[in-house]
Each structure stands twice: as C-alpha cells, then as structure tokens.
Design a protein around this ligand. Structure first.
Ligand SMILES: Nc1nc2c(ncn2[C@@H]2O[C@H](COP(=O)(O)OP(=O)(O)O)[C@@H](O)[C@H]2O)c(=O)[nH]1
Ligand SMILES: [Mg+2]
Length: 177
C-alpha cells in the first residue's frame, strides 16, 4: 500500500474545500469559521486551519488530501502542510482575474518549499472558448507547457478525479526516474 500526501492550495474561494468534500470517502475534517472581515461579501465561511480528506484510488494507492486556507494571515500553515507532500494542486477560479496575482504568489511560494509536481485545477471556465481561456490562464500564471491545467467543476466527482489522476501521473513519472 502506497499513500500519497497531496496538498490542495490556491486563492481564497477557488474551490479547494469543495474539491476535497466532493471526493473524500471520510467526512471531511474541515475547520470552517464565519468570516468577519471584508471578504465576507464573497462567501460566508472560510477554512481557517486546513481541510483533510482521503480517497482510495486502487487497492495499492491511497491519497490523503490536505487543503490550505486561502487567506494571507494563515500563510504559515502552507509550510507545515507541505511537509512530506508528493505533489500539489493549485485551484484557480478562472473567472476571477483579480485572484491571479494571489495564484502566482502561491505558485512562487510553493516552488520555494518543494520540487514536487503540481497541476492547476481551473474552476469556472467558460462553456464556450474553454481552450482560449486555458491558454490565457497559462500565460497569466507564467506556466510552462508541461504543467497541466485541468478543467474542474469542484462539485463533480469525475472532474475532481481527473485532476487527481493528472497529478498522480506526474508524480509517478518522477518516481520512475
Ligand atoms: N461554479 C462553481 N462554483 C464553485 C466551484 N467550486 C466551488 N464553488 C463555489 O465557490 C465558493 C468557494 O468554494 P470553497 O470550496 O469554499 O473555496 P475555498 O476557499 O477555495 O475552499 C463556494 O460558494 C462554492 O460553492 C466550481 O467548480 N464551480
Ligand atoms: Mg476552504
């Protein structure tokens, strides 16, 4: 049995908690709190410490998912959560361009923490012109061509699986080297 620790990160309200909730076989251990500051207009609750979920991929592979909080004052948690991870997912709400700079900051910070593979899970992509939107996201986030950007409705199990398997594929590639 191999277990993989995977971190799910990304800007505030990108869909991280939803992603883990959708796929986890155990009731998600979430630490949501009512929001007291200006970000309350975006949503009512936020993750203050972490989300935790588990998914069995096959009889040999189990993934443990750790979601990071998305507000700056909890940044110190990123470092703790990233310890021992085999890969990470950066969730980005493609429809909110004002969050891209935060996404870039997260990408840069994680690159200093770890060499492990990562993929982008892009939520709220437009129905029409999806390829163009993905290309734009790649450019805005300064991503190399070999970094996967995977379209994801975080409420859809199949989409969440696609993102996880995409990452797993990149992880297995590095392990085989
Ligand atoms: N349309 C759409 N809404 C989403 C998606 N994922 C999450 N949401 C909504 O976006 C808001 C933020 O989601 P949440 O999972 O709490 O984001 P987090 O801050 O990254 O943990 C919530 O109102 C969700 O219902 C998605 O893939 N598509
Ligand atoms: Mg959350």
């Amino acid at each position: 049995m191999r277990s993989f620790k995977i971190v799910v990160t990304g800007p505030f309200s990108a869909g991280k908690t939803t992603f883990i909730k959708t796929i986890s076989e155990i009731a998600i251990v979430s630490t949501e709190r009512a929001i007291s500051d200006h970000t309350r207009s975006i949503k009512q609750e936020t993750t203050v410490a972490m989300d935790f979920g588990r998914i069995t991929i096959s009889k040999d592979i189990v993934l443990y998912l750790f979601g990071t909080p998305g507000q700056e004052r909890f940044d110190f948690m990123w470092q703790i959560l990233s310890e021992g991870m085999l890969g990470y997912i950066v969730m980005v709400d493609a429809s909110r361009e004002e969050t891209y700079s935060e996404a870039r900051r997260i990408l840069e910070f994680f690159a200093t923490l770890s060499d492990s593979p990562y993929v982008i899970g892009a939520t709220r992509l437009p129905e029409n012109g999806r390829d163009g939107a993905i290309q734009k996201l790649r450019k805005e986030l300064n991503l190399d061509g070999d970094i996967q950007i995977i379209a994801c409705n975080a409420f859809e199990k199949e989409d969440v699986k696609k993102v996880l398997l995409g990452l797993l594929y990149d992880i297995l590639k590095t392990l085989d080297k």
